[in-house]
Write a protein that binds this ligand. Sequence first.
Ligand SMILES: [Zn+2]
Length: 432
Amino acid sequence: MYWNANIECMAVEDLRKLQYRSFKSLVNDLYSFNRFYHDKMKSAGVHPDDMQSLDDVGKLPFMYKEDLRENYPTKMFSVPNKEIVRFHASSGTSGKPTVMGYTQNDLAYWTEALARSLTSIGIGSEDILQVSYGYGLFTGGLGLHYGAEKVGASVVPTSTGSTERQLELMQDLDVTAIACTPSYLMHMSHVAGKMGIDFRRDTCLKKAVLGAEPWTESMRAKIESSMGIRAYDIYGTSEQAGPMFTECEERNGIHIGGDIMYVEILDPDTGEPLENGEKGEMVVTMLKKEALPIVRFRVKDISSLMDGECPCGRTSPRISRITGRSDDMLIIRGINVFPSQIEYTLMRIPQIGDQYMIELTRDGALDDIRIQVEIKPEFFSDKVEDMVRLRAHIESELKKYLNVAAMVELKAPGELPRFEGKAKRVVDKRMI
Ligand SMILES: [Zn+2]
């Protein structure tokens, strides 16, 4: 079953021609109408006339998340406000969040991409999809919501939280599929266990669409065997629109709508293109976006372009499961956290010395972050109540700035390991 066979099964050469046409007109428009991209192209010495083939994408300068922050909130937009029909914003990582804007066409392409994806995993009008992604500024909830309605599925817009109520609704409404983060589904599974709910016996749940945080094949195996469902990987960052591309039933890579997004895989250090099958940093150009153009955006996700045809018959390009990030951003319970922010927060507290360690674990279902900090000798005390008060203060500061609850452990001066050269302060045990 295809949603849009013309595009999804288009001959590879035809797709490249289509991509080139979209790319060419995109670059022309940006050069003429978008101050940010115009200046960038000028200073890189490239002109739209230099774009003679799709490979000339490589001549254009990169764009970074920092560009969006520096141009907060809407300075990179290509259209006037009256054409914007929705905003989303990503969680603030270094002070300011980034703001996404969508025109009617932007929303239509996002929804189209999701309609293709959901159809490719067999979710359609017979299905009842519980959307347990956050609704609101985060793109997951509303994205999946409209994609599912497009294919005629019945949406149960539960958003996140109230897990027991969600489980009751899942049973009462005969929910057949759920979309959420893998860690939330695992959390649900734990809560269900406590409530005496057996997914196989007590629910109609057959499928899960999981993403918005890194997860592994071993996690998939665990979810599938414990819940008796099939789990599919979904991909898409807020800059690209939101979650939009999934695996098909073959589950052999994520199909990318080639008419919507052009993917390059580059060596993260040299910026040179890599061969199909080689893992590198994904750089994306959105071919259809109107409000907020995204050209050669360094997503920082590590993936590869996959060779060969997919047995499902779709010819659209496939990328392999995202295995990490080329920078050090941590995704904790779906929230982006940079170690530098943690450091920044800690270093503002006068009692803390300059040594700290961050440890991430996944206890059952949810991510836990534990931060060990060394106290300066002059502030270190044997009085338990003083230390308890200090610890509570540090935890509340972290919560305030990171939006994530962290467990803090106070250490005596000199207790934490020292590093020669580059300090390794983050230990991520979640993927082991
Ligand atoms: Zn396929």
